[in-house]
Design a protein around this ligand. Structure first.
Ligand code: PBG
Length: 331
């Protein structure tokens, strides 16, 4: 950046703000529908389209409903959709087998989307929490979340999802060593083109509350996730995690949550120059949507909040606002 400019009145910053044309011309960052990944919730509950109470406007969809969402995404130009299953509580166990069942809800939804809307990139979630009787992302024994045993389960999950046709695997579990283990297993199984978007810097955050309601994990979770998700006080550690995940074979990395951690997104992009994403999580959505519904802020906050990610250096954003942002961007 050039810090030199002539003093007033030679320099008047307002000259370039006087018309929409000039403002457009000198705009530094742009937000496009192509920057968006749309997270959606899938359920086997018949009928579906049940609104998540803590996420007004966000519904759980049946597999058919998710296919319709993928069709809508395609019409709007949204390049990717990300699936999160609301698992039948009867299928949750301490060993989490449902997580790698080829016919589980998420894998059925991937197959259905790929059959009907193949041009949409389908992202999946790799973590045990939707399948775990304990609500944790890892296998729990005697109150301890086991790292290495969890990795074996996550690798099976990754292979089942790749087999179902997922384009982007999203390990959101924060176990150590999982990216390398998955990458090796994918190569060995012939899934060499399946991409990994690692939740590399995922913080132990209270902003995930509404999501846990959405996937039905709130009731099941015993304790917190602080032994595997990051301490919100840390920044250098995020860079070490990103370095590690890239070295192990991640194609893209994520910072999560989004708005409260934009400094981390900026540091990741500047340090590594890799495809960098942020997740504007459920609690961020709930805050903005709640204030919008009260009439306390205008709908413009949606695009403004998403532009912040572009300004911070993110290549894209996972956001529950994806369809409404896409419509707003079209004008
Ligand atoms: C769990 C997972 C979480 C989210 C995505 N995957 C919640 C958690 O870690 O407890 C949060 C997404 C959101 O809040 O929107 N593996």
């Amino acid at each position: 950046m050039n810090p030199i400019h002539s003093p007033f009145p030679a320099t008047r910053f307002r000259r370039l703000r006087q018309s929409a044309a000039l403002r457009d011309l000198v705009q530094e960052n742009r937000l496009s529908v192509k920057d968006l990944i749309w997270p959606v919730f899938v359920t086997d509950v018949p009928g579906a389209d049940v609104e998540v109470p803590s996420m007004p406007g966000v519904v759980r969809r049946t597999v058919d409903g998710v296919v319709r969402a993928a069709e809508e995404a395609a019409r709007l130009g949204i390049p990717a959709i990300c699936l999160f299953p609301y698992t039948d509580p009867a299928l949750k166990t301490e060993t989490c087998e449902e997580a790698w069942s080829p016919g589980n809800l998420s894998n059925r939804a991937v197959r259905a989307i790929k059959a009907r809307v193949p041009e949409i990139a389908v992202m999946t979630d790799i973590a045990l929490d939707p399948y775990n009787a304990n609500g944790h992302d890892g296998i729990v024994r005697d109150g301890v979340i086991l790292n290495d045993e969890t990795i074996e389960a996550l690798v099976k999950m990754a292979l089942a999802q790749a087999e179902a046709g997922a384009d982007i695997l999203g390990p959101s579990d924060m176990m150590d060593g999982r990216i390398g283990a998955m990458r090796n297993a994918l190569e060995a199984a012939g899934h060499k083109d399946v991409t990994i978007l690692s939740y590399a810097a995922k913080y132990a955050s209270a902003f995930y509350g509404p999501f846990r309601d959405a996937v039905g994990a709130s009731g099941a979770l015993k304790g917190d996730k602080k032994t595997y998700q990051m301490n919100p006080g840390n920044a250098d550690e995020a860079l070490r995690l990103v370095a590690r995940d890239i070295a192990e074979g991640a194609d893209m990395v994520m910072v999560k949550p989004g708005m409260p951690y934009l400094d981390i997104a900026r540091a990741v992009k500047e340090t590594f120059g890799v495809p960098t994403f942020a997740y504007q999580v459920s609690g961020e959505y709930a805050m903005l949507k709640g204030a919008m519904l009260q009439g306390w802020v205008k709908e413009e906050v949606v695009l403004e909040s998403l532009m912040a990610f572009r300004r911070a250096g993110c290549d894209g954003v996972l956001t529950y606002f994806a369809p409404e942002a896409a419509r707003a961007l079209r004008g």
